[in-house]
Ligand binder design. Structure first.
Ligand code: MN
Length: 195
């Protein structure tokens, strides 16, 4: 059977520093995400999910298969949306227009997104997604859940599991979330929104 593989990062492990350190990226990608890949590959043989695309497994599976498949999809979207830190890093294109239209301003959007990420109890993810009509939705998802399970199209996500920030920010999750805006690759978000 074909096995899932660890995604290749689209940047060097030190490219996001100091927002996310090389150490955090190395462990988060090379150890945590690799473990989810290994776990899923070990769980799939003999199940109905063998050979199914990842996103379908996330939508249909439960228990350990869903948890590990969800974490692979979540991290592929997460690691795939960053680039080297930039000052005054702002959205572009149609997603920039939609953010302004639906949240009033980029500042108001960031504020709501960070608040939802900061308020999420325990481990999980905060997401920006589009619904079937293209309307933007901010949601909190616990543990390994992904907005595709609710019929939404994920555009942007911040990981609020402690492994995403503890080496660099310890307990200061809000500071970590506020810093992440410097490294969002808005071209990727625009591509996800318009495709
Ligand atoms: Mn993570």
């Amino acid at each position: 059977m074909e096995k899932f593989e660890l995604m290749t990062l689209p940047y060097a492990t030190d490219a996001l520093a100091p927002v996310i350190s090389q150490g955090t990226i190395s462990y988060h990608h090379g150890k945590h995400l690799q473990a989810y890949v290994n776990n899923l590959n070990a769980l799939l043989p003999g199940t109905d999910f063998e050979g199914m695309p990842l996103v379908d497994i996330v939508k249909k599976a439960e228990g350990g298969v869903q948890n590990n498949a969800g974490q692979i999809l979540n991290h592929e979207l997460y690691f795939g949306q960053f680039t080297a830190p930039k000052e005054n890093n702002v959205p572009v294109g149609k997603v920039a227009d939609a953010i302004k239209r639906e949240f009033g301003s980029f500042e108001a959007f960031k504020d709501e997104f960070q608040k939802k990420g900061g308020a999420l109890f325990g481990s999980g993810w905060v997401w920006l997604s589009a619904d079937a009509e293209g309307k933007l939705v901010i949601s909190q998802e616990a543990n390994a859940a992904n907005p595709v399970q609710k019929g939404l199209r994920p555009l942007l996500t911040f990981d609020v599991w402690e492994h995403a920030y503890y080496l660099d920010y310890q307990n200061r999750r809000p500071d970590h979330l506020a810093a992440l805006w410097q490294i969002v690759d808005w071209l990727v978000v625009e591509q996800r929104y318009t495709e």
